[in-house]
Design a protein around this ligand. Structure first.
Ligand SMILES: [Zn+2]
Ligand SMILES: [Zn+2]
Length: 351
C-alpha cells in the first residue's frame, strides 16, 4: 500500500473532512433518503357501519378515529432500513369534510447521528357503502327460519329462547368475521317466529341450536331462485316444528302428574311426581297439560304427620294437606315447590 491511497481512505471524498472510510456520516446522511412520505393516501370507509375496504375486501373497523388516522398516516411513511430508535409525532386537521391533513414529525438515529425531519400527508376519505350494508338496504335474504309447534303455537318462553339463540349466533358469526351472515328481520307472528337470514350457514346453525334447546324436528325446503356465476342459487326455508309437549311440561294422565324430561323415539319420557320414577308415555295417553316446571310456587310447610304434610297455599294462605311423595324429603318450617292444578283444586309437590 502506498501513502497516497491511505490519505484517500481517511478523508471524505465529498467534503474533505477526516473519516474512517468512504463518505463521512454527514455526507452519507445527506445522500440518503431516510424519510419518504406519500403525499396522499386514500381510505375507503362505509358511512353506515365504518367498515374499511382494503383492496376489494371489506372488514369491520373497531378503531377510534384518532387511531385510524394514525394508522393510515403511518402507512404513508417509509423509513430507511438503517434508521434506529425513531420517534414519530402526529398532528392533524381537516381542511375539508373528506380530507385530513396529517403532519408527521420524525426523529431518530442513522449512521450514528441524530436526525429529524417532518412531512405531511393528506388522507382522502372515500365514502362507499360496504358489501354488508348494501345487502341490508337491498333487503337481501338467503332463507327463512320458521319456528312452529306441533298441534299448538309456540309459547312466550319458546319465542324468547328462539330470538335469544338467533342473536347469539348472529353475534358469534359476525365476530368470527362472517360479515355477510346477518339477520335481516325477525317477525313474531300469531303462528310462531320467522327469522329472515342472509346466509345458509346462519340458517343451519340457528335451526340446529333451536332444535337442540327446544326439541322438535327441522325440515329444509330449498327453492331455486336463479343462478350466480354458473351455480344455482337457492333460498331455503328451515321449518322447525317444536314438539307437542315441551321439556318441563307437567302433564295429567290417569290420575297422575308427570313432568316431561325428554322425548325418545316418539315416546314421552316422564317423571312421575307420585313415586319418583321415570316412565314412558304415549301422546294419546295425555289427558291435559297442567303447566310447566319453570312456573312453580313456593309453599311453606307448617307441619308433617306420617305421610301427609300441612302446607300454606301461597296464594290464599289457607292450610292445605298434601301427600308427601316418597322421593321428597319435607321438613317443617321449610319451603317446597308446588304446581297448582286449578281443575282438580290441588297443589302438587314437585321439589
Ligand atoms: Zn463528508
Ligand atoms: Zn357498512
Amino acid at each position: 500500500m502506498t501513502e497516497d491511497i491511505d490519505i484517500k481512505q481517511n478523508i471524505c471524498p465529498k467534503c474533505g473532512k477526516p473519516t474512517k472510510k468512504g463518505l463521512c456520516p454527514e455526507c452519507r446522511i445527506a445522500e440518503t433518503e431516510w424519510l419518504v412520505c406519500d403525499k396522499r393516501v386514500q381510505c375507503t370507509q362505509c358511512p353506515t357501519c365504518n367498515s374499511i375496504k382494503n383492496g376489494a375486501i371489506w372488514s369491520d373497523c373497531n378503531m377510534e378515529t384518532e387511531d385510524l388516522i394514525a394508522e393510515i398516516a403511518l402507512s404513508a411513511v417509509h423509513l430507511h432500513e438503517n434508521m434506529n430508535d425513531y420517534n414519530i409525532q402526529l398532528s392533524h386537521f381537516d381542511p375539508s369534510p373528506n380530507r385530513t391533513s396529517v403532519k408527521i414529525k420524525i426523529s431518530g438515529e442513522i449512521y450514528g447521528r441524530h436526525v429529524e425531519d417532518e412531512c405531511r400527508t393528506l388522507i382522502v376519505w372515500i365514502k362507499e357503502q360496504c358489501d354488508r350494508c348494501s345487502r341490508y338496504s337491498g333487503g337481501y335474504y338467503a332463507g327463512v327460519i320458521q319456528v312452529r309447534a306441533d298441534g299448538r303455537r309456540p309459547d312466550d318462553h319458546e319465542r324468547a329462547v328462539t330470538e335469544e339463540i338467533a342473536t347469539e349466533i348472529e353475534d358469534s358469526v359476525q365476530n368470527a368475521g362472517e360479515r355477510l351472515s346477518f339477520i335481516t328481520e325477525t317477525k313474531n307472528t300469531k303462528d310462531g317466529v320467522d327469522i329472515v337470514i342472509s346466509s345458509h350457514n346462519l340458517g343451519e346453525s340457528i335451526s340446529r341450536e333451536i332444535k337442540k334447546r327446544l326439541g322438535g324436528k327441522v325440515t329444509k325446503h330449498p327453492k331455486l331462485i336463479g343462478e350466480k356465476d354458473g351455480r344455482p342459487l337457492y333460498r331455503i326455508t328451515y321449518l322447525i316444528r317444536l314438539p307437542r309437549y315441551q321439556k318441563g311440561e307437567i302433564l295429567y294422565s290417569k290420575g297422575k302428574y308427570l313432568e316431561v324430561r325428554y322425548i325418545e323415539s316418539g315416546l314421552l319420557k316422564v317423571f312421575d311426581f307420585e313415586d319418583g320414577m321415570l316412565k314412558s308415555l304415549r301422546e294419546d295417553e295425555v289427558e291435559r297439560s297442567v303447566g310447566n316446571i319453570r312456573v312453580v310456587e313456593n309453599a311453606l310447610v307448617t307441619h308433617t304427620e306420617g305421610d301427609t304434610a300441612g302446607i300454606l297455599d301461597p296464594k290464599s294462605y289457607e292450610s292445605r294437606e298434601v301427600l308427601i311423595p316418597k322421593w321428597l324429603h319435607i321438613r317443617e318450617g321449610s319451603e317446597i315447590r308446588v304446581i297448582r292444578d286449578p281443575e282438580n283444586d290441588l297443589l302438587i309437590p314437585v321439589g
